[in-house]
Write a protein of this length. Structure first.
Length: 146
């Protein structure tokens, strides 16, 4: 089937289905529901490295996709919780996105990174006992002879 925009603003789109008994509405609804899943796979590959996994063992291969999906879900859950707690999600205004109306996944990753950096470096530094210099002793005060 071919779908045409009556206003002519969008190009014609062709949709196919191997089940000839299906109505056009079913095919279009299925495509529309599938679209969010396709965007998820795209974003996981582009921004989370799912497409470049160097898995060699069968168990590593089996774990790569679920882990990528888990990380994707955690980013979305963080964003939802962030907004629910009164935070804002925004994006960098670019000349080519003047009409952008919604936050995209890369914007969520950027916001999460910024939030993590703020949390990491805005707190007052607490010196770690392992990193403190030892108190000077008499044998440390004199330079060592070569």
């Amino acid at each position: 089937m071919v779908v045409r925009d009556p206003s002519g603003r969008r190009r014609d789109e062709a949709f196919c289905c191997t089940d000839l008994c299906r109505e056009a509405a079913f095919v279009l609804e299925t495509y529309a529901h599938r679209w969010t899943l396709e965007v998820t796979f795209h974003d996981s590959k582009q921004y989370l490295g799912f497409g470049q996994a160097q898995s060699q063992t069968p168990t590593a291969v089996q774990r790569t996709a679920p882990f990528s999906g888990l990380v994707y879900s955690l980013v979305l859950l963080w964003a939802a919780a962030h907004v629910q707690q009164g935070g804002t999600l925004s994006w960098v205004l670019r000349p080519w996105y003047r009409a952008k109306m919604a936050v995209a996944f890369p914007d969520l990753l950027t916001a999460l990174r910024q939030d993590l950096w703020r949390a990491r470096f805005s707190a007052a530094p607490v010196p770690s006992p392992r990193l403190r210099k030892p108190a000077p002793t008499p044998h440390h005060t004199q330079p060592l002879a070569a």
